[in-house]
Design a protein around this ligand. Sequence first.
Ligand SMILES: Cc1cc2nc3c(=O)[nH]c(=O)nc-3n(C[C@H](O)[C@H](O)[C@H](O)COP(=O)(O)OP(=O)(O)OC[C@H]3O[C@@H](n4cnc5c(N)ncnc54)[C@H](O)[C@@H]3O)c2cc1C
Length: 341
Amino acid sequence: MGIEIMTRLLVIGEGIAAQAFLNSLIHEDIVDKFTSITQLSHSELAPLTSWNSTAIAALRGTRRGMSPLGDELVDMWEESNQAYTQEKWKGVYPIELHSWIYSDKSDRRYGHLPKVEKSFFECKIKPRGISTERAWVIDPKVFLQNITTPKNLVKKKSLVTSLVQGEKCWRVETLDKEVFEADIVVLASGHWAQWMQEYYAGSPLEGLKPYQGSYYQWENVSFGERGFSVIIEGSNFIYQAENKRLILGATSLNGVDHFIADKVGLKKIYDHFQSYADVNLPSIQESQIHTGIRSQTKGRRPWAGKLQNNLYAIGGLYKTGWVSSIPLARQLAKSLFSSDQ
Ligand SMILES: Cc1cc2nc3c(=O)[nH]c(=O)nc-3n(C[C@H](O)[C@H](O)[C@H](O)COP(=O)(O)OP(=O)(O)OC[C@H]3O[C@@H](n4cnc5c(N)ncnc54)[C@H](O)[C@@H]3O)c2cc1C
C-alpha cells in the first residue's frame, strides 16, 4: 500500500538523519499531501551527536573492491558528494584532506591515493608519503538549521517518552504530557534509539552499540585563508577557514554512552600531533571539549527502512553520518511513496 492522502507524519530527531530525511521529502511531489508534518526533538535531554561531530564528509581512503561495506560507502559518497556540490547548502565547505602515512595500516588505507610533496605543515618526522583527497567540512548547526525542509513543518522541543500503536494511528506522548497522533512515524533518534529499542527488534538497528568520541575545538584562530584537514595516524586536524575554527580529535571509546570526555586520550592526540607536525597548536586551556555518542550497528552498516507498519527509522550512522545520511534519507523518502510498502 502506498501513502494515502490526508496523512499525518511525525519525525523524531533534528540531527543529520532527520534533516536529510525532511530535505529529501521536498523533492517528492506528493509531500503536499501530508496534512501535517511534526518534528520533535530535545537537544538538552537527548543531546545531538550531530552537534558534537568533527563533521567531515570524505572517503578517507575507502575504495571499491575491499569489502561490501566499503563498496556501499563509495556509492554513498558519490551521491552525497554530488549533493554537497550541487545544492550549495550553507555551512558546507570544500577542503583538501592530507593523510600523512607512517604505518603499514595507513599505507593500506591511503597508499593508492594521489600524493603531494608538501603538506600544510612541515613534517618533524618524515612520512613515507602524503596522500591527498577531496572532502567537505561541515559546520553542523549552520547546515542543519538552514537546510530546506517542507513548508508545513511544525517543530517542537519535546522529549518523547512513549510510542504506542493505536487502532488507527501511532500515539506519541511527551515528557510534558502532550499527545500527538500520527499515521506515519519516522525515528531519526541517533544513539537515543535505545529508548525505543522494542521497535528495533529483528531490524538491522537492533542492539546499537555506543562509541563515545571527544575532540578539542578552538574559535578565532587562524591557519590561513583556506580550510584544510591533516590526518596523522588517526589524529585529525580540521581547520574551517570560514569561521576560523580549529578541531583536533577525536577519541573513540567502544561501549561508552556517557558524556565524560576521555581527557587523557585527547591529550595524547594533542601531543602526538605536535610531535609529528611542525605546528603551534593553541593551548588546551583555551579549547572547548565536545563529546558525542556515535551509534554502531552490528555490521557497522548505517541503515534506513521500515520497522513495522507505518513506522520507519534511519540510524546506526556511526562514523559516517555526513556521508551516509543523504542517500539513506532519499531512499527512505522514496520508499514512503512506493506502492510496495
Ligand atoms: C566525536 C565525533 C566525531 C564524528 N566525526 C564524524 C565525521 O567526521 N564524519 C562523519 O560522517 N561522521 C562523524 N561522526 C558521526 C556523526 O556525527 C553521526 O553519525 C551523526 O551525527 C548521527 O546523526 P543522527 O541524526 O543519527 O543522530 P543525532 O544527531 O544524535 O540526532 C538524534 C536526534 O534525536 C532526538 N531524540 C532522540 N530521542 C528522542 C526522544 N525520545 N524525544 C525527542 N527527541 C529525541 C535528539 O534530540 C536529536 O535531535 C562523528 C561522531 C562523533 C561523536
